[in-house]
Design a protein around this ligand. Structure first.
Ligand SMILES: [Mn+2]
Length: 281
């Protein structure tokens, strides 16, 4: 299966500026299992998208979107991170724009590492219900609950949509770089504040549980009080307008076969962000 079910002309590796990299990993999630089926469900849903984007008046698939073979992740969390890093590096070396599709959130660490190797420095914008700053969880430093602790060791982070954290993470939460969901749901000022904290180059990691469970119930750990579609797009449009976005990932889709709407939301989110990235085509 290929993202957006594109014909070969717009999806073979050579012609494509963009690579969709599925990472079907669910080794460390703690509540509802099934994020390993996320990439397949997202790609299946993407076949039903219209390829013209009204807002940007563009058809980003003309840049070519290649769907890569899923990363081999049948291994320990530590080895999985290395496996992801190697795959992402492979495509960055071919000058592709890489979009990771998870899988649970621990997959992002390998992608950030590969991007750091190529781009040296950038900030990471995290959209998520959870702060994910535990130093270690259930015996590994690469649990999905630790992903931002690992990433924050290598680059500055800005966290948006947070509404669930453990007391042990409180110290690691930097007051100036965290935008709690309760403080932004009713205001527009936060978008400017977020972009002002980011460096010129940005990597974006989107845990789908940043969205409200009313529109995105298909996550391993849904949390009430999340952001809605246009809140998230308002922020991301501003980031793509102001910054050089180097890559992004969309993680934690835990599909429900009886409700495909969330799978479609996730697919459309990716296409939307690519439309922002390549505004003029
Ligand atoms: Mn989360």
């Amino acid at each position: 299966m290929k993202f957006a079910d594109l014909p070969n002309e717009y999806s073979n590796l050579q012609n494509s500026e963009i690579v969709i990299l599925p990472v079907p990993y669910d080794g460390t999630s703690t509540w509802q299992k099934g994020a390993d089926r996320g990439p397949e469900a997202l790609i299946e849903a993407s076949a039903n998208m219209e390829l013209y984007d009204i807002e940007t008046d563009s058809q980003v698939y003309l840049k070519g979107i290649h769907t890569a073979q899923p990363v081999d992740v049948d291994m320990s969390p530590e080895k999985m991170v290395e496996s992801v890093e190697k795959s992402v590096r492979h495509f960055l070396n071919k000058d592709k724009f890489v979009v990771l599709v998870g899988g649970e959130h621990s997959v992002s660490t390998g992608s950030v590492r590969a991007h750091l190797e190529k781009y040296k420095e950038f900030s990471v914008l995290q959209l998520d219900a959870h702060s994910d700053l535990r130093d270690e969880y259930e015996g590994t430093k690469y649990n999905h609950a630790c992903v931002m602790a690992r990433i924050a060791e290598t680059c500055p982070i800005v966290q948006v949509g947070i509404r669930s954290t453990d007391i042990s993470e409180k110290e690691a939460l930097s007051k100036s770089n965290v935008f709690y969901a309760e403080n932004i749901h009713n205001s527009n000022d936060w978008v400017k504040e977020v972009t002002s904290l980011l460096s010129d180059k940005v990597y974006i990691t989107i845990d789908l549980d940043v969205f409200d469970p009313s529109i995105m119930p298909s996550t391993g750990t849904p949390e009430p009080g999340g952001l809605l579609w246009y809140n998230v797009l308002m922020l991301l449009k501003a980031v793509f307008d102001d910054k050089k976005v180097l890559g992004f990932d969309v993680v934690e889709l835990c599909p429900n076969p009886n409700n495909k709407g969330p799978d479609f939301l996730a697919a459309k989110l990716i296409y939307k962000l690519l439309s922002y990235k390549y505004l003029s085509i």
